[in-house]
Design a protein around this ligand. Sequence first.
Ligand code: PMP
Length: 408
Amino acid sequence: SPLAPLTDAGLEVPVLGGATVRHVNLDVAASAPALQSVAAHVARVLPYYSSVHRGSGYPSQAATALVEDARVSVARHVGARDGDLVVFTRNTTEALNLLATAVPGEVVVLDIEHHANLLPWRDRRVVVARPSIAETLVALEAELASRPAALLSVTGASNVTGEVLPLADLARIAHAHGARIAVDAAQLLPHRRVDLAASDLDYLAFSGHKAYAPFGAGALIGRGDWLDTAPPFLAGGGAVENVAIEQVEWKTGSDRHEAGTPNVVGIAALARALVELERLGDAEREAHEAGLTARLHDGLASLPGVRVIRGFEDATDRLAIATVELDHGSVGLLAAALGAEHGISVRAGRFCAHPFFDRVSSRSNGLRASLGAGSTIDDVDRFVAALAQLVVDGPAFEYARSPEGWCP
Ligand code: PMP
């Protein structure tokens, strides 16, 4: 893509028959390859491998500055307020698990959530989403009014359908009933600007590896009070003011939950990726991805036997994600054939959102295509053409229609 060169640009992969083809990555929602500019930044910071927060030499000061500058940079990118903490974690899953140790009460969630925003909450109340966002907001409001909750935790966008939720409206509903709001921004943040202050959100969790940084670093950002009184997420060096054999004095602030040596390179890369996304331009990226989304949905709509799964009939904004179910045959085998015969990577399954998938799909698995800033119209066209061949015209169609399904 002219918009954002990624580290996998132009990657060639082998296909059946011995040829190689340009790889088409339609699994960006799972993990996006890093931006080339981020990879270059990683190469620049690697020589400063050194002890963080404790060493005395120049490299140690540089490594410490990388982490602390990254904290400031992440806070600024997401519109954090004074008093908000930025705690670095491994990923969104760890960020939400950390928040779960700090919530002083019950948590309300929707059934559309990724397991990472469903399973960590010990005292969770699950509201089944309604056919429209409007009705779902009413159902959430009724739930919060019926019994107090400490937190409403929602995804910013579904990792199955790409549908974007109205975060400011959700925040208003939560706050009106005395609850705070946390947003699982794993999918949303790489594709839309999320701003804590502007949308009045209390917590945000995201992963660097979905936001064009390498694996291994994520963040929880939000109100300091609950986090400062929660048990330290990890017990160890760096999280304490003073340790005597009989008594431990824990720090407050982000240090409290970041014991041990941090992922300096991952954190520096994550922060750099956000700066690069700003540089590419929110409006430019959104326009590029809107073009891809429209092409993808038009292409899929032209194929018989393929249905796009939707959660909400009134969703007006969606990320460049489409999950389809097939009238006949196995999506697992279709996904394998897309890879082996066409060099196209997708994902088949229920996308770590089993309750949602099982409610909205009549099939046991779906096939998801997801795109991002590095994707091109040609990627979409190759996918739609391959599906047309495999599902509609090709031999797989006959296999798929056979009573046994397609068995290799
Ligand atoms: N939430 C959502 C909406 C996701 O799509 C994902 C990743 N599939 C996660 C949470 C978990 O992210 P991670 O694996 O980076 O912890």
